[in-house]
Design a protein around this ligand. Sequence first.
Ligand SMILES: Nc1ncnc2c1ncn2[C@@H]1O[C@H](COP(=O)(O)OP(=O)(O)OP(=O)(O)O)[C@@H](O)[C@H]1O
Ligand SMILES: [Mg+2]
Length: 253
Amino acid sequence: MARRKKVYEGKAKILYEGPEPGTLVQYFKDDATAFNAEKRAVVEGKGVLNNRLSEFFMAGLNQIGVPTHFIRRINMREQLIRSVEIIPLEVVVRNLAAGSLSKRLGLEEGAALPRPIVEFYYKDDALGDPLVTEEHIIAFGWATQQDLDDMVALALRVNDFLSGTMMAVGIRLVDFKIEIGRVWEGDFQRLVVADEISPDSCRLWDLQTGEKLDKDVFRRDLGNLADAYTEVAKRLGVLPTNVTHAAKPTLIN
Ligand SMILES: Nc1ncnc2c1ncn2[C@@H]1O[C@H](COP(=O)(O)OP(=O)(O)OP(=O)(O)O)[C@@H](O)[C@H]1O
Ligand SMILES: [Mg+2]
């Protein structure tokens, strides 16, 4: 069988040419990185879990009319996606203070925010993905004012969907990051959620205990990352909660 052409290899995923024009195959690796790849490890099974979880969230978003790049899952580690023109911004939505917001503004982790806050970071590893304002984004032409308005609206819809989905299984969505891409239909462009939605790109805290069920487990050496992601997947029904062995055949009278 002819090898597929690799289009891009990043820290967590590989993109291959898809079977039809305008599609890509996204392969989820087991590599975990943090602090701009200063900290690295291989976490067995992470790619499989993130492939399933990203499928779950993206398919759910598609179903409620929030457009995403997701087409279908192909196998344990791969999914078929629409090829998009990635806007070079990481869009972060925060519901509670944590991480860099806590540091920057001296807020206690877990402090309530008056409303969800949307932030933009310029995607540039060499610069450490710096926080940017709408002024920078428009002045440097990374997106237009219309794009920005659409991106904020999209990000808030994703926030409502993800918050509700996680709340239903006893998990608090503290914050998350998405990437957004342009899809061209003739002269018109549509913005869609791209990249991935997984515990690599969210902060998820158990509602009862506050236990962290996301990449902070790796960043802060709090335990086994795959166990945390497995817990999220089980609660969402993405993985079976208990493996039942096939019963012995029984005679029917
Ligand atoms: N639908 C899509 N079409 C085109 N590119 C995409 C799509 N979804 C995600 N990407 C891009 O594919 C890459 C995924 O790889 P990965 O997440 O491993 O990258 P990374 O190491 O985080 O690097 P970076 O995001 O800085 O490029 C990212 O560059 C992401 O922007
Ligand atoms: Mg990435």
